[in-house]
Design a protein around this ligand. Structure first.
Ligand SMILES: [Zn+2]
Length: 147
């Protein structure tokens, strides 16, 4: 009985995580496709009537839009990777201790690879490391782009 319940819990977790990832994927797809249409449409319409100065402002605006689209496209790739990991049964488990990462945490941070405890432990360790390296006079910077 206990084993059966556990399997059921696993299945519903899988279903919910999958739904969460797919919802997010759909939102991003809409945003990316919608934006791409906007950029193309605006580009054609405005380019004709603007003088040099104004059109460079449009260029900057388009660059920003493009960067945003790119970021969203990268997030889409991450979601695809997460869905693949979910299929393999490796998504949503802590990289450090192997425990399940809570659904609330995954909802907030879909690409979290550590549970809250391990993440906090890591941050504390990093802070200590930073303090130590500052004391040594070096200016080590940490950019964690993995999440
Ligand atoms: Zn952990």
């Amino acid at each position: 009985m206990a084993t059966k319940n556990k399997t059921a819990a696993k299945t519903s977790r899988y279903t919910e995580l999958r739904k969460m990832l797919e919802d997010r994927r759909r939102e991003l797809m809409h945003a990316v496709q919608g934006k791409m249409r906007d950029v193309r449409a605006d580009g054609h319409r405005e380019r004709d009537v603007l003088d040099q100065g104004e059109s460079s402002e449009v260029d900057i605006q388009e660059d920003i839009e493009f960067a945003l689209i790119q970021m969203k496209a990268e997030t889409l790739n991450k979601i695809d990777a997460a869905l693949r990991r979910l299929e393999e049964g490796t998504y949503g488990n802590c990289f450090e201790c192997g425990d399940e990462i809570s659904q609330a945490r995954l909802r907030a941070l879909p690409f979290a690879v550590r549970c809250k405890d391990c993440e906090e432990a890591r941050e504390t360790a990093e802070q200590r490391e930073r303090m130590l390296s500052q004391r040594r006079g070096s200016s080590a910077l940490f950019f964690d782009m993995s999440n």
